[in-house]
Design a protein around this ligand. Structure first.
Ligand code: COA
Length: 343
């Protein structure tokens, strides 16, 4: 067993411990943009309502036939280029998605082929909007145990073709896109410090995509029926649970890292709604200028939301070496997750 694996198992810490460090980030957004004004032409809604209630101004939408792997592969390729890592060195590709290209094979396998990661294993992680942090936690565990050295974690979503574009309660919220990171095992203080994963399956019915799975296969719904593609969501209830989930996930991550909220340099939350984000930040006592928000431009991109925000933050120079970066997410399941990273 490698020394680092033994070390972790014994619960010991010292300076030479291997940590999972994010060494590259990338993203890809489909070209087509749908603004709130475009949506006004499609359903009974307004730019004012959407901006006030969610903070969203526009979202990107994939072309027909464009799958999550078509978005995820260029995002992963950019992350590898930024990291300066040869695709042949990648040990594992994890794709976090609620909208896989197919029921099988995994979308990660398609991305693996496209980026030339010929020596890697590949599989998908399904934890809805918390998916990316679940994927990052998996990469962290593989790396700290010494099983793998280099892992690519992708969040990729094409939710637009699973939305009912007549339903204003959900259609205005989501967007398509992909973000990716390259995670490597390195000695030193930088990297993932701790992760926290949570789930409450008892609240699964608050946010559901009921069709297309084994319980309600598409064959039960005629092509033209509105139920064929429709997310069931109880928005207000979810809003309250989301604020709670952010608080729990954040407090757990900080406690495990023996940090307080004042030590956080940048908070990168799942981008579902600016009101949820700032309500959670206020409850945590976090200054708004330490909260990263890009939802206005991309909407809620589900599992792609955090890696997209990470890449935007990096490109804006907001991720400085040594900064304490806190990621937190919530989503269908209900799931929630957090990760504390020393950048
Ligand atoms: N445009 C215009 N009006 C809309 C609308 C839209 N897109 N969607 C809903 N409305 C209307 C409602 O019909 C309602 O009208 P009424 O008062 O005449 O009945 C009114 O606006 C208020 O609706 P409500 O659902 O109470 O609004 P809200 O303040 O709770 O905001 C959400 C709705 C969805 C934005 C909010 O509940 C939310 O963000 N919830 C969490 C959703 C989420 O995060 N989902 C993803 C999880 S990863």
């Amino acid at each position: 067993m490698p020394a680092s694996a033994l070390h972790t198992r014994l619960g010991l810490e010292n300076d030479w411990m291997i940590r999972a460090r994010i060494v590259g980030t990338g993203q890809y957004l489909p070209e087509r943009i749908l603004t709130n004004h475009d949506l006004e032409q499609m359903m009974d809604t307004s730019d004012e309502w959407i901006q006030q209630r969610t903070g969203i101004r526009q979202r990107h939408v994939a072309e027909p036939g464009q799958g999550s792997s078509d978005l995820g592969a260029p995002a992963a390729a950019e992350a590898l280029e930024h990291a300066g890592v040869d695709p042949a060195e990648v040990d594992l590709v994890i794709c976090c998605t609620t909208t896989p290209d197919y029921l099988f094979p995994a979308t990660a396998c398609l991305i693996q082929e496209r980026i030339g990661a010929r020596n890697a294993g590949a599989y998908d992680v399904s934890a809805a909007c918390s998916g990316f942090v679940y994927g990052l936690a998996t990469a962290d565990a593989f790396i700290r145990s010494g099983v793998h050295k280099t892992v690519v974690v992708v969040g990729a979503e094409v939710l637009s073709n699973r939305l009912n574009w007549k339903r204003r309660d959900t259609a205005v919220l989501f967007g398509d896109g992909a973000g990716a990171v390259v995670v490597r095992g390195e000695e030193g203080e930088q990297g993932v410090r701790n992760v926290h994963l949570g789930s409450d399956g008892g609240a699964a019915d608050i946010l559901v995509m009921p069709t297309g799975g084994s319980v309600q296969p598409y064959e039960q719904h005629p092509l033209e029926s509105e139920e064929r593609v429709a997310i069931d969501m109880r928005g207000k209830e979810l809003f309250r649970k989301a604020v709670m989930a952010f608080a729990v996930a954040t407090e757990k991550a900080l406690a495990a890292g023996e940090l307080t909220i004042g030590d956080v340099d940048l908070f990168i939350p799942h981008q579902a709604n600016t009101r949820i984000i700032y309500t959670a930040a206020d409850r945590l006592g976090l200054d708004h200028d330490k909260v990263y928000v890009n939802i206005a431009r991309v909407g809620n991109t589900t599992a792609a939301s955090i890696p997209l925000a990470l890449d935007d933050a990096r490109k804006e120079g907001r991720l400085t070496p040594g900064a304490n970066v806190l990621l937190a997410a919530f989503g269908a399941g209900l799931t929630w997750a957090s990760a504390l990273i020393r950048w």
